[in-house]
Write a protein that binds this ligand. Sequence first.
Ligand code: FE
Ligand code: FE
Ligand code: ZN
Length: 277
Amino acid sequence: MLEIGCHLSCAKGYEAMAKDAEKIHANTFQFFTRNPRGGRAKEIQPEDVEKFKVRAESLGIRRILAHAPYTLNACSAEEKVREFARNTMKDDLERMEHTPGNCYNFHPGSHVSQGAETGIALISDMLNELLTPGQTTTVLLETMAGKGSEVGRSFEELREILDRVSLTEKMGVCLDTCHVYDGGYDIVQDLDGVLTEFDRVIGLSRLKAVHLNDSMYGLGSHKDRHARIGEGKIGAEAMVRIINHPALRGLPFYLETPNELPGYAQEIRFLREAYKE
Ligand code: FE
Ligand code: FE
Ligand code: ZN
């Protein structure tokens, strides 16, 4: 069975997200750990988490994916911004232990004018400070479109971060289809080649999740503008090849397309019908 869901609002807590997932026939979902622009996270209610676990079990939701606020920049030139990133991720990783064994995805960051090497060093320093042997959460680096000075625009940059993290078994990668296409990886004409390259540089065993988004702009555009499935430059056929690719079997797929719940339900229905068991 295809494991697919979308990004859901976390405003009403965990059980409410499971209810939303049920409405759209999703069997997994992604959520922000807090307001995407940062700030304080809502207190986790243990009763809410317990109700969520019961409901998730009955819906066949085996895992969920948390997403860090996108203002988090581990490689800012400003110490204050890096400190916010450190404190936020530390708090998020503690909160994640309420729902053990899941993944936490974050954007590596933007180095601004310091250069990718400095960025990579700052990001891995922060991870080395925060990761603990006892944590059950796997932290995922997201593949980025390379907008501005984003770190993670190439598989090599992600590999470099992974190489510098001591607790490497706590780390993985989330592949965003819009971002890699914008980054210049041609998943439309040469999906096999891109996945072979991913395996060679990073290793497919590191890949823990896929963000399934079409892209408003073309190959190598570095724009990062998501489109609905079939309404962008990647197209529906390529999306169907992605969910059915043998190298991606068993991975959870998350839609981050510009949609409300009914639109997501439609995309999930389309992809489930196109999936070959
Ligand atoms: Fe993201
Ligand atoms: Fe994404
Ligand atoms: Zn994006």
